[in-house]
Ligand binder design. Structure first.
Ligand code: 2HG
Ligand code: ZN
Length: 481
């Protein structure tokens, strides 16, 4: 085993006087005794990918990366950490955009990777649910549901890497929220490990369960700061057999909202995705990813999808598009004629993050405002960026149907990122919006949460944190800072 510095000399005893006698090697040996040979990683090269986020913006240190295979092993590791006063950073696919899954804060910590708990335990076609372990990759769970003729309706760009535990811990959003809701709406049951190592099995296969507090909600979206998700029961829906995808040039966000209203009136809740993308995103896609939209250049573009178990959805979409073109809500449009074409249209949307990353430094904002206020918000926030941050450009794209836009600012080297955040978030606050619609707070937005969240709500959050994690071991430095 690699010899490590003693965590207490490493991080200072002053703040963490819990178990003074404990030495890091004794502690790690104790962890190793309950795990198999691959369960404890201390080699710096093997640990390295777990200590940095995928964008290379957030880095941290850990005593070890611990990789248990079962919920019982997770509980044992957490209990040992609780006894030793060692912090725990839960980690799934490490796809966070908010630095939520790499170590931050002070004191000795381990990264607890859930990736080896990756079994799909049940796919229940009649009960329309799936029971799956936390480390299962979202796409693998989607494929298992599809093989049973069902849909697991969480869909997002990172689905080939993101794991179910992280999806639940961050209450992930994605492109299908408009129709199926956030992850929270899909969770029927959870198995969790509390910060003291208690394992709680709430994996009930029930649609209705009003017997007592719905405690699972506390662990959904709390970003691993209150406990660890080890397995879940998720709701499935019937897999739609007919799907229609359209890309439309629109003159403005106002026009896009009229188009959304038209689509919802004519197609109803079968509109499953409604994404708004600004012209700059297409410049970035062409320049950095060699991807081009099959449309005339436009200030804004809408990517819309509707799906249904019944036929007729294609005709309904065509009628919506004809109406939109006639009313001036759209100036150009294409409808995918095949699954391949639909994938090509979605590839444009899914590559924006990569195209933006390749362009240079950017500051991300994942904000929501009331849907009807989105046009005014976009105009005001863009004007404010131009006024307060000369040389910066707003790359705006996202889930208009959910009132959630990724208002990312491309910055010049040396720009004060905190000032960029404040410029955008002050406009969000003016519209009574949220500074995190779907990516979470993590480490990145913790100072902004402290600034914008009302004191009474922060106090309530601290009471919850104190009740469940009195030692402050879980995901230090995240959410509440
Ligand atoms: C998306 O909607 C993701 O594509 C990522 O939430 C957004 O890169 C981003 O800012
Ligand atoms: Zn998004």
């Amino acid at each position: 085993m690699t010899r490590l510095r003693d965590p207490y000399s490493l991080f200072g005893l002053r703040n963490y006087p819990m178990n003074i006698a404990l030495k890091s090697e004794d502690f790690l040996a104790r962890l190793a005794s309950g795990l198999d040979a691959r369960g404890l990683v201390t080699d710096p090269a093997d640990m390295a990918p777990h200590l940095v986020d995928w964008r290379g913006l957030f880095r941290g240190e850990a005593l070890a990366v611990v990789r248990p295979r079962t919920a019982q092993e997770v509980a044992g590791v957490v209990a040992a950490c609780a006894q030793a006063g060692v912090g725990i950073v839960p980690q799934g696919g490490n796809t966070s955009l908010a630095g939520g899954s790499v170590p931050a804060g002070e004191g000795p910590q381990i990264v607890l990777s859930l990736s080896r708990l990756n079994a799909i335990r049940t796919v229940d076609k009649v009960g329309m649910l799936i029971e799956v372990e936390a480390g299962c990759v979202l796409q693998t769970a989607q494929q298992a549901a599809a093989a049973a003729g069902r849909l697991l309706p969480v869909s997002l760009g990172a689905e080939g890497t993101a794991e179910i535990g992280g999806i639940i811990s961050t209450n992930a959003g994605g492109i299908n929220v408009l129709r199926y809701g956030m992850t929270r709406q899909l969770v029927l049951g959870l198995e969790v490990v509390l910060p003291d190592g208690t394992l709680i099995n709430g994996l009930r296969h029930l649609r209705k369960d009003n017997a007592g507090y719905d405690w699972k909600q506390v662990f959904i979206g709390s970003e691993g700061t209150l406990g660890l998700v080890t397995a879940a029961v998720l709701r499935l829906v019937p897999a739609p057999r007919h799907k229609v995808t359209a890309l439309l040039a629109v003159p403005s966000p106002e026009a896009a909202l009229s188009l959304l209203a038209r689509a919802q009136e004519e197609i109803g809740d079968q509109v499953s995705a409604f994404e708004l993308i600004c012209g700059l995103s297409f410049d970035l896609l062409a320049r950095n990813c060699d991807l081009k939209a099959p449309l005339a250049a436009a200030p804004w573009v809408v990517l819309m999808q509707a799906d249904s178990c019944l036929s007729g959805i294609e005709e309904a979409m065509e009628s919506v598009l004809a109406g939109a073109l006639e009313a001036g809500e759209a100036t150009d449009g294409v409808v995918a004629a095949s699954e391949t074409q639909a994938r090509q249209l979605w590839a444009l949307r899914e590559h924006i993050t990569e195209a933006e990353q390749r362009e240079g430094p950017s500051v991300k904002h994942d904000v929501s405002v009331p849907i009807a206020d989105m046009p005014a918000f976009l105009a005001e926030a863009e004007a404010e960026v131009a006024r307060a941050l000369p040389g910066c450009r707003a790359n705006m794209f996202g889930h208009l149907g959910d009132g959630n836009i990724h208002f990312n600012v491309l910055i010049a080297d040396g720009t004060d990122k905190a000032a960029v955040n404040r410029t955008v978030h002050d406009v969000v606050a003016k519209y009574a919006g949220s500074i995190s619609a779907e990516h979470g707070i993590g480490r990145y937005r913790a100072p902004e949460l402290a600034h914008y969240k009302p004191q009474a709500e922060l106090a309530l959050m601290r009471r919850l944190k104190g009740a469940l994690d009195p030692q402050g071991l879980m995901n230090r430095g995240k959410v509440l800072g």
